[in-house]
Write a protein that binds this ligand. Structure first.
Ligand code: MG
Ligand code: ZN
Length: 377
C-alpha cells in the first residue's frame, strides 16, 4: 500500500504546486486575461449586465434540450461555467422568490420573500443600484411581471402572492422596459387604482395584448415602455405564445439607447419551471430551446459590444428530471422525482468582461456580490 501511495502522493503534491503556480498571475497572464481597448487601458469592468434566468433549468433540463436539439445548444458558446448552491434561509429546497432575492439583494432569505431579507426588511436590489448609477434597466419574462423572479428585482413585499402590492411597487419602480403578463393586477384592483394609466402619466408608453399583438406594437424611441402580454399567466410557447424573442431582443437596442452609463437587463425563461412542476418533458424542452435561442442572440450582441457581461443561470432545478432507459437523441425517456423543486446545485454560464469570476462553486448570493463588484455598483 505504501509503495502504491507514495507515487500517488507525489502526483497530488506536484499537481497542487502546479495549480498554485498557475493561479499566481504573471504579467503575461494578466494581459491575456484582460480585454485590451484603445489607449492602453483595459476594460475588465463591464458596462452592461444581462442576467438571464432559466427558472427550474437544472443540468438535466439543459441536457434534455441539448439532445432534443440534435446535440447542440447556444449555451455551449459560454467560456466560463460555475455552480451555485441555492438553499433558502429557512428551507433546503428554495422557491423562486428566495432564490431571485439571493440574486437581486445578495441575501439568503425565506421562501416567498420578494426583495426582503430574512427579517422581512426591504433590501436594495442590483437593479436599484444600477438605477442609482444612471444605468437603464429592463425586465422581460414569460410569466406575469409580478411573479417571483422579476418581482424580486424591483419590488419589496413579504409574500410572493401579494400580486397587487407587487404591481404597485413595479409601477413605481422606474424600470425603463418591462414586458410580461399580469395586466389584471395593474388595472382591476381592490383599491380601484389604474396603475397603467398612472404609468402613462409618469411617462411610460404602455400597451397590452388586448390592444395589439406584441409583434405589431411600436416600441418607442424615447421614454419608458411597458407591455402586458396577458391578463394573468402568458401561454406556453407550444400553445401560441409569440412575444418572448422580440421582447427580449428589442430590449437590447432600447436600453442601449437610453443611457451612456450602460444597462442592467434581466431576461427570464419562466416556464421551464412550469414544465418541471407538471412533469412534462416536452414542455420543458420547448421552453428551454426558445430561451437558448435568445441566449444566442444575446451573446451575439455582447460579442459585438465587447463591454457586456452576460450571466445565465437557474434559480433552482424543478422536477428532479432525469433522462433514463432506452433514450435516444430524438426520443428521450424521462422520469421525475418530484412535482416541486429539488436541492441540486445549478449551473452558471458567463461571457464577457469579468466572466472568469463566475467559475467555481459558490452560494447563489455570490452572483449579486460578483455583479456589484465587477460593475462597481
Ligand atoms: Mg420565475
Ligand atoms: Zn417552481
Amino acid at each position: 500500500m505504501i509503495k502504491l501511495a507514495l507515487p500517488f502522493l507525489f502526483l497530488v503534491f506536484s499537481t497542487f504546486s502546479n495549480c498554485n503556480k498557475e493561479t499566481t498571475l504573471t504579467p503575461a497572464a494578466v494581459s491575456q486575461a484582460e480585454i485590451p481597448v484603445s489607449g492602453g487601458k483595459t476594460n475588465k469592468a463591464p458596462k452592461n449586465i444581462i442576467l438571464c434566468i432559466g427558472d427550474g433549468m437544472g443540468l438535466g433540463q439543459i441536457t434534455g434540450g441539448l439532445y432534443s436539439n440534435s446535440n447542440k445548444l447556444e449555451l455551449e458558446r459560454f467560456p466560463v461555467i460555475g455552480l451555485h448552491k441555492n438553499h433558502a434561509s429557512n428551507k433546503l429546497i428554495t422557491d423562486s422568490a428566495a432564490a431571485a432575492t439571493a440574486f437581486s439583494c445578495g441575501k439568503k432569505t425565506y421562501n416567498g420573500a420578494i426583495g426582503v431579507d430574512s427579517e422581512k426588511r426591504p433590501c436594495k436590489t442590483v437593479l436599484e443600484m444600477a438605477q442609482e448609477k444612471g444605468m437603464a434597466t429592463g425586465l422581460v419574462t414569460t410569466s406575469t411581471i409580478v411573479h417571483a423572479t422579476p418581482a424580486s428585482f424591483a419590488a419589496h413585499q413579504p409574500q410572493r402572492r401579494m400580486y397587487e402590492e407587487i404591481a404597485l411597487d413595479m409601477s413605481d419602480s422606474g424600470v425603463d422596459y418591462m414586458v410580461g403578463g399580469g395586466k389584471k393586477f395593474f388595472d382591476r384592483r381592490e383599491d380601484e387604482r389604474d396603475l397603467l394609466e398612472e404609468m402613462r402619466n409618469a411617462g411610460y408608453t404602455i400597451s397590452d395584448y388586448f390592444e395589439e399583438d406584441f409583434s405589431k406594437t411600436k416600441i418607442p424611441l424615447q421614454g419608458k415602455f411597458g407591455f402586458l402580454t396577458a391578463d394573468n399567466d402568458p401561454l406556453p410557447l407550444s400553445q401560441g405564445r409569440k412575444y418572448f424573442k422580440r421582447a427580449a431582443l428589442s430590449a437590447l437596442p432600447f436600453l442601449h439607447s437610453r443611457s451612456d452609463n450602460g444597462f442592467f437587463l434581466m431576461i427570464e425563461g419562466a416556464q421551464i419551471d412550469w414544465g418541471g412542476h407538471s412533469n412534462e418533458g416536452d414542455y420543458i424542452v420547448s421552453e428551454l430551446l426558445e430561451f437558448d435561442e435568445i441566449l444566442g442572440k444575446v451573446l451575439d450582441f455582447a460579442a459585438r459590444e465587447g463591454n457586456t457581461l452576460v450571466v445565465v443561470t437557474a434559480d433552482h432545478e424543478t422536477g428532479g428530471y432525469s433522462i433514463i432507459g432506452e433514450s435516444k437523441m430524438d426520443s428521450l425517456e424521462v422520469k421525475f422525482t418530484t412535482g416541486y423543486h429539488s436541492a441540486t446545485m445549478v449551473p452558471v454560464f458567463a461571457y464577457g468582461p469579468g466572466s472568469e469570476e463566475f467559475s467555481g462553486i459558490y452560494d447563489n448570493t455570490a452572483i449579486f456580490d460578483k455583479l456589484v463588484k465587477l460593475r462597481g455598483l
